[in-house]
Design a protein around this ligand. Structure first.
Ligand code: DNO
Length: 410
């Protein structure tokens, strides 16, 4: 697979010169300064692409060309937004970029409750605690119906036995302070969302008010309706994708659970099968995010990779550990539920050209003071990339695939 890295543009503290030294061949990025819903112009795309190429790498994948909410909930300007999306696709293709990662999650792009959860070795990882999330939902967001939903919440079989998430959230409420509430809002709404070109930004004055307005847009939209809206979007853009050789690859919901009363439709094997069958065109594909999928106890990630490899256009290598109580954290890239070694075999066999990036890494050895985006450390991700490069070198030898690491004499 092509060794790529998610880079956040010219303002990223991690520079392209650094990435070139660690075996990165391709860059995964977006026009982060273009406001949501605006057309990506050819000039801006060209400028960034040329900059990347000046460092001896290429712009391999766009992550993300965001799908605005009104396409997801079918707002009045949906068709106009889809037309704009198509223009951006044509402009990207004209500049030689042919892989687009996007998501179809309503409101929230991805969710964690702790961005610096300690590992036994002193480093830290991202973490999701169900009770903290329930507390946010019931006590901070004060979402109508949240208490009743959490009262009915059950973990997948084998996890969280005897755990009462609602009781834990109520107990937390006894000890929370405005500072702790603020911290949780920063984590769930700002720090995880602010840098992914989504709905929330660093410096948003009233994020909770804004959040509630977004939730209101989805009143009455259930799973079937969201699926219909996704199908509508994909059918509308497929002719453009065919015309300009564009591969669309949806990112699975992260975590792959239903949250905040919102429908989520890219969580499980059945969901992905539905999405691929609904629009049976090879340009309608998947970002195989092993990390997101492995946070769902019902997902057998290796089986899913075998099943969906031929419609996978982009791979995220990461792995999760689910604790017996149901909470999850991000595991080592050599451990956890995802089995990255076997995934590397599956995808190398399918297509050694497939772009792959290591996803989130540990925060380690001083990463924490550098102001990196949550989950996107430098040393932690570099460590993970080193591990994955080792896995790929071994698998390539097994499969007889020749690979020359760029930037070395040998
Ligand atoms: C988080 C990322 C997501 C992902 C988008 C794709 O770390 O995996 O923000 O890029 O959901 O649209």
């Amino acid at each position: 697979m092509e060794r790529t890295w998610r880079w956040f543009g010219k303002k990223d503290k991690i520079t392209l010169a650094m990435l070139r030294q660690i075996g990165v061949e391709g860059i995964v990025t977006a026009l982060h300064d273009v406001p949501l819903g605006e057309i990506w112009t050819r000039e801006k795309i060209h400028d960034l692409k040329t900059y990347i190429e000046s460092y001896g790498m290429r712009w391999s994948v766009v992550e993300s060309l965001p799908v605005v909410e009104s396409i997801k909930y079918a707002g009045p300007d949906r068709d106009e937004q889809i037309e704009r999306y198509k223009v951006s696709l044509r402009n990207l293709s004209a500049e030689g970029i042919h892989t687009i990662c996007y998501n179809f999650m309503p409101v929230l792009d991805w969710a964690r409750t702790d961005l610096l959860h300690s590992n036994p070795n002193g480093s830290s990882n991202l973490y999701f605690n169900y009770a903290e999330f329930a507390y946010f939902d019931i006590y901070i967001l004060q979402r109508e119906g949240a208490r009743e939903e959490w009262a009915k919440f059950r973990f997948p079989e084998g996890y969280g036995e005897g755990r009462d998430v609602l009781a834990e959230a109520d107990a937390m409420a006894q000890n929370m302070t405005p500072e702790k509430d603020h911290q949780l809002v920063e984590t769930i709404v700002i720090k995880t969302q602010g840098f992914v070109s989504g709905n929330f930004k660093e410096g948003d004055k009233e994020p909770i008010e804004k959040f509630r307005k977004f939730l209101d847009l989805y009143k009455g939209i259930d799973k079937a309706q969201l699926r219909a809206n996704m199908k509508y979007f994909l059918e509308a853009i497929m002719p453009t994708c065919e015309e300009c050789g564009m591969n669309m690859c949806v990112h699975p919901d992260d975590p792959p659970i239903e949250i905040l009363g919102l429908p989520r439709i890219v969580r499980t094997e059945e969901d992905i099968q539905w999405m691929l069958d609904a629009v049976p065109n090879k340009h309608n594909g998947l970002t195989f995010c092993a990390g997101s999928l492995s946070a769902g106890a019902y997902n057998n990630v290796v089986d899913m990779a075998r099943k969906f490899a031929s419609r996978t256009h982009f791979v995220h290598l990461r792995s999760c550990h689910i604790f017996p109580n149901g909470d999850f954290t991000e595991a080592s890239h050599l451990g956890g539920r995802a089995d990255l070694i076997e995934l590397a075999r599956v995808f190398e066999q399918e297509n050694p050209e497939l772009p792959m990036r290591v996803d989130h890494g540990m925060t380690m050895l001083g990463d924490e003071d550098k102001g990196y985006n949550a989950g996107y450390s430098f040393l932690g991700r570099m460590f993970a990339l080193g591990q994955v490069q080792g896995i790929l070198a071994t698998v390539d030898r097994e499969l007889g695939i020749k690979y020359q690491q760029p930037g070395f004499f040998d």
